[in-house]
Design a protein around this ligand. Structure first.
Ligand SMILES: [Zn+2]
Length: 261
């Protein structure tokens, strides 16, 4: 059995946002309080994070996560990456560097923005001051394993930087973080009817770099998962309003939403 926790279901500014406040979101519904991207998956003995937003510290604290086997990065935007320094407490607890996984483009940005935390195997920085990360470069379409968990990165389209989706166990869970579309080659890697599909929304109408609700529901029809969770929502997306617009097996996420698969 697998477990997934959506620890942060907000788009880059979070909800409420500094500039836009609550937007369309009902401030009385706690499900509308959204941190930036962060997901935890436990499956086949592996414990992994997807992305490290600036909100990662409270996400780890809320869910009592003190050990992980690795971090999968979806892309290099700040709201998915810039909490990386806060992983040093995981180095502190384990006494070891942490394996992170990213495509060549995303890895290059991590090396350029955070050169001080990249280490070689068997080396660890003093975790009082800086984290220690071993970068494992991955390639879209080429599966790899963390423990017994099979992970297939796939190419997403229409985002301003290279964005990667992740298929777990040939399609048991499909996780799409931030994009306008999913490549045909990526869709072809889904080999079974997914137990769970996670798709990003941002705004109901969509934007030049993000899919809207129409496109999202098209992907649900193409992929036909048993259950879909809508993630990465901005202040335009009120929880109850989105829930009312979607079928019963497609539901918006809320922070710390946990699903057993
Ligand atoms: Zn992005």
């Amino acid at each position: 059995m697998s477990k997934i926790i959506i620890m942060g279901c907000g788009a880059a500014p979070g909800v409420p946002s500094v500039a836009g406040g609550w937007g369309n979101c009902n401030p009385d519904n706690p499900k509308n309080i959204r941190r930036r991207a962060g997901t935890y998956i436990e499956a086949n003995n592996a414990k992994i994070l997807i992305d490290t937003s600036p909100d990662i510290r409270t996400q780890l604290l809320d869910n009592a996560i003190r050990y992980i086997d690795g971090v999968l990065y979806t892309h290099s935007h700040a709201d998915h990456l810039h909490g990386i320094d806060d992983l040093r407490d995981l180095n502190r607890l384990s006494g070891h560097p942490l394996d992170i996984y990213a495509t060549a483009d995303t890895a290059a940005v991590i090396r350029q923005r955070f050169p001080y935390l990249v280490v070689e195997k068997n080396h660890i920085n003093n975790p009082m001051f800086r984290p220690s990360m071993i970068i494992n470069e991955i390639e879209d379409g080429k599966s790899f394993y963390i423990k017994n968990l099979k992970i297939t990165p796939i190419t997403l389209t229409g985002h301003p930087v290279h964005s990667t989706g992740y298929i777990f166990n040939d399609g048991e869970i499909v996780y799409i973080a931030d994009c306008k579309g999913i490549s045909e080659t990526g869709l072809a890697q889904i080999k079974q009817r997914p137990q769970l599909l996670v798709l990003p929304l941002t705004t109901p109408e969509g934007q030049t770099t993000h899919m809207g609700l129409d496109k999202l529901l098209e992907y649900v029809n193409i992929i036909k998962p048993y259950k879909t969770i809508i993630n990465h929502m901005a202040i335009e997306c009120d929880y109850d309003a989105i829930n009312a617009l979607t079928p019963f097996d497609v539901m918006p996420a809320y922070d710390n939403m946990a699903v057993d698969v």
